[in-house]
Design a protein around this ligand. Structure first.
Ligand code: MG
Ligand code: FE
Length: 173
């Protein structure tokens, strides 16, 4: 890989890649339990399914960049973060308005991811790492598309939730 980086900036970039790898595993541990519990919002479930598959691809892409630096993803840190995600999900089981809270949280998470990739892209550009830039741009584009979908779908989910409540259904996710 390119050598325009000073060793310090290179370390920052590699740390950032590892953090992104952990972030993506956390994303999986947030989305997978949600999909499993959704009953009344099939369009949300299918978009989450799609993004789970995309996220698995993002993880592979990050690993390909890290392997170019002869670095392994930070497995220990990943595991710890994944556990936090799972425990948080188990902890708040099925509040009535869970679908809304998850919609807000997912939107926030996608925007966190967007910021992380934008930051990595600045470093990749500064280091003249064109291949890494292309790969990171793919991840960024998927996060932007997901964030946009969540934003556009929020009115739909909100009204559907209200409709189900009006109809007297136990408002399952
Ligand atoms: Mg992601
Ligand atoms: Fe994402």
């Amino acid at each position: 890989m390119n050598t325009d980086f000073t060793s310090e900036t290179r370390a920052i970039f590699i740390d950032g890649l590892r953090n992104a790898h952990a972030m993506e595993n956390q994303a999986l541990s947030i989305m997978k339990p949600q999909v499993a519990r959704i009953e009344n919002y099939p369009e949300v479930a299918s978009r989450l399914q799609q993004h789970i598959r995309e996220t698995e691809g993002q993880i592979t892409r990050l690993e390909s960049i890290l392997s170019g630096f002869d670095k392994e993803p930070s497995t220990l840190k990943d595991t710890a973060l994944s556990m936090v995600g799972s425990l948080a999900t188990i902890g708040h089981a099925m509040a009535g308005d869970e679908i809304l809270k998850n919609s807000f949280a997912n939107y926030a998470f996608e925007n966190f991811e967007i910021a992380a990739y934008n930051s990595l892209l600045v470093l990749a550009q500064a280091g003249g790492l064109q291949e890494a830039q292309q790969i990171l741009q793919q991840n960024l584009s998927e996060e932007e598309a997901m964030a946009e979908w969540l934003e556009q779908n929020l009115p739909v989910v909100t009204l559907r939730y209200a409709e189900l409540r009006e109809a007297g259904q136990t408002a399952k996710s």
